[in-house]
Design a protein around this ligand. Structure first.
Ligand SMILES: NC(=O)C1=CN([C@@H]2O[C@H](COP(=O)(O)OP(=O)(O)OC[C@H]3O[C@@H](n4cnc5c(N)ncnc54)[C@H](O)[C@@H]3O)[C@@H](O)[C@H]2O)[C@@H](O)CC1
Length: 466
């Protein structure tokens, strides 16, 4: 897991360095490490020319320090003050332009000089003009070919326009970060380390998953959840679904279908005792009776639950949801998209990470907010960020697949927090590996089964840091 810090966290850390009088040494180390990266990119030092555009803060100081180290090893360096510059587009005599104009200290809309399109640009820490917290462009922003993150990644590397402006992200001096960072970026190594090994003594009920969902005319979602749980190793999957007596129920062949005419909690609670996890919600529909059914099921069942879609929608607000969840004896993972999240927990008008952390604290559940990146917050305060996804995943049914994957992991004994972030990473990484333009729920399930089956062989093509 790679720590990801907010601007507030890093500013506090820098102030502490200044208070201890060690900022100058730190900047010297940063400059040395940056110079090493530049030499690697330039393929040597002899005859190489680097133009460094510096601002007035520590980001600019990093640039100056880098320049001194490059000069020492024979690179021809020109340092240009950002304020004195309007254009670098006319015949820049450089092999590399370094953007050290403004880093995490960005406070107002930025107006970059025009940089040449022909010379690669390396941004120090974060491209100038990108907010270190939201990743949004403030005014205009530099489009870098390389961004060298100093110390920990910043939220702005992962959110908003940050990834698109950063180019290839390289990190130096990872130890330069505050202690007790709460947000972490999930990487392929993390998934690889937690995926459950199948125990030699296992039988199908060791990892049974029950999916409760579907209503007349809304069959697909629950079926996708079932297939996804099987793809990641669920031993047996039962689908409890409401259907008209004559209606065919689409589902994978291996799934056992318990067709009910109405949703009543008691028999489902009794049946749930054999299962290790449940998905509640996909295609369930909404009515007073369904709301009561979901509440009863959550309170009376001892199974870890992934509460998705209509399962979340049947709660009026966060207080209403928290009251029910506080009576549960097992863990809960909520998997809202932004609309579902805001309807229950209120509009996100600041940091989505903070909003998600508050929602987890308020509800006592692990909250997974789908997006780019997906955020998973644990009620104990940890936050995982998953940037493995791709825009190709925005298609009907992919959310149901995610709920099924998480339930499959829960059934194999993973904690709710771990199952949620590992599920989101696998879902995103497998989705991004599909070569067709758009990912359908069916192709995604196949990709997940393939990716999961060969975890020890596949390489992670889309991690931010390589
Ligand atoms: N652990 C770390 O991450 C460390 C980070 N360091 C560097 O320190 C940087 C942060 O330094 P500072 O807090 O001094 O902040 P910056 O240097 O990023 O920015 C502050 C300066 O930029 C100006 N500024 C703000 N918005 C502007 C805009 N829109 N247009 C033009 N100028 C603008 C301010 O007036 C101020 O002069 C990091 O980005 C990184 O490069 C290192 O120097 C120390 C260790």
């Amino acid at each position: 897991m790679d720590p990801v810090v907010s601007v507030e966290e890093i500013t506090r850390f820098d102030s502490e360095l200044m208070r201890r009088g060690s900022i100058a040494q730190v900047i010297d180390r940063v400059g040395y490490a940056l110079a090493q990266v530049a030499v690697g990119l330039l393929g040597g030092t002899y005859g190489r020319r680097v133009t460094i555009i510096v601002g007035r803060g520590n980001n600019g100081e990093d640039g100056r320090s880098m320049g001194r180290h490059l000069e020492r090893i024979g690179v021809r360096v020109s340092v240009v003050e950002f304020g004195a510059l309007t254009s670098l587009s006319v015949a820049p005599r450089a092999d590399l332009i370094v953007d050290a104009m403004v880093g995490t200290g960005l406070r107002r809309p930025f107006e970059p000089p025009k940089l040449s399109d022909d010379v690669p640009v390396l941004s120090i820490d974060i491209p100038s003009g990108i907010s270190g917290d939201s990743g949004e462009v403030m005014g205009e922003a530099v489009r870098a070919d390389y961004t060298v993150a100093v110390g920990a990644l910043k939220l702005g590397h992962v959110f908003g326009a940050g990834p698109a402006h950063a180019g290839r992200l390289i990190r130096i001096l990872p130890e330069l970060r505050p202690a007790n960072v709460q947000a972490h970026l999930i990487t392929f190594r993390d998934l690889d380390a937690v995926v459950p090994a199948v125990p030699s003594q296992s039988h199908k009920w060791s990892a049974g998953v029950m999916v409760v969902g579907g209503s007349p005319g809304m069959r697909g979602s629950a079926a996708f959840g079932c297939a996804a749980a099987m793809a990641v190793g669920a031993g047996i999957v039962h689908l409890v679904t409401r259907a008209e007596p004559t209606e065919p129920v689409a589902h994978p062949q291996e799934v056992v279908v318990d067709r009910v005419e109405s949703y009543f909690a008691e028999p489902v609670v009794t049946a749930s005792r054999r299962f290790r996890s449940m998905v509640v919600g996909p295609g369930l529909g909404g009515s007073l009776q369904i709301g009561n059914f979901v509440r009863r099921l959550l309170i009376d069942s001892d199974c870890p639950v992934v509460l998705d879609a209509d399962g979340i929608n049947c709660f009026r607000d966060a207080g209403n949801l928290a009251r029910t969840l506080s009576r549960r004896r097992a863990s809960t993972v909520l998997t809202p998209h932004r609309g579902e999240f805001e309807r229950v927990f209120g509009t996100i008008d600041g940091s989505p990470v903070e909003a998600c952390r508050r929602a987890a604290d308020e509800s006592g559940a692990v909250v997974l907010l789908k997006g780019s990146p997906t955020i998973v917050a644990d009620p104990r305060g940890s936050v995982a960020l998953i940037a493995a996804g791709s825009a190709k995943l925005a298609s009907a049914g992919t959310g149901d697949v995610l709920a099924g994957v998480i339930a499959g992991f829960l059934a194999q004994g993973m904690s709710a927090y771990e199952a949620a972030w590992a599920g989101a990473y696998l879902h995103g990484a497998a989705g991004a590996s599909v070569s067709t333009g758009k990912v359908t729920a069916t192709s995604l399930i196949e990709a997940i089964a393939h990716y999961y089956g060969g975890l020890d062989r596949v390489m992670p093509p889309q991690d931010l840091l390589r």
